[in-house]
Structures are given as structure tokens and as C-alpha cells.
Ligand binder design. Structure first.
Ligand code: ZN
Ligand code: ZN
Length: 63
């Protein structure tokens, strides 16, 4: 038995079966989420894309 590898978008939780598909998805805006945007849970800073949020969290709050 082999575990199914799933690539999940951290912005909206949608799952993809390939990294390429997820990257293509993340490169595009999130229509449903873009209105409220992505907010950093640690400091409340707003971001337009999950990638920006992930980069911020990694650089600013990484331990
Ligand atoms: Zn997404
Ligand atoms: Zn933050």
C-alpha cells in the first residue's frame, strides 16, 4: 500500500495531485478568498496571496 501524495494549497485548502497543478493554482488569484485576503495569524498583516503570506511567515516568524 502506498500513501497518496497530496499537494494542498495553504491558502484555500484545495488539494492537487501534482506540485505543478498546485503551483499553477497558487499563481492565480483566489476569487473567493481574495476579498478578505490572507491574514497572518501571528501579527495580522494582510496579504493578497497565500504565497506572500507563507513568505512573510517564514521570514518574520520562523523560529
Ligand atoms: Zn488555493
Ligand atoms: Zn506576521
Amino acid at each position: 500500500m502506498s500513501a497518496q501524495v497530496v499537494f494542498r494549497c495553504e491558502g484555500c485548502g484545495r488539494e492537487f495531485d501534482s506540485l505543478e497543478a498546485r503551483r499553477a493554482h497558487e499563481a492565480a488569484p483566489h476569487p473567493s478568498a481574495s476579498r478578505q485576503g490572507f491574514m497572518c495569524a501571528a501579527c495580522g498583516a494582510p496579504f493578497e496571496t497565500p504565497r506572500e503570506l507563507a513568505t512573510h511567515a517564514h521570514r518574520t516568524h520562523a523560529t
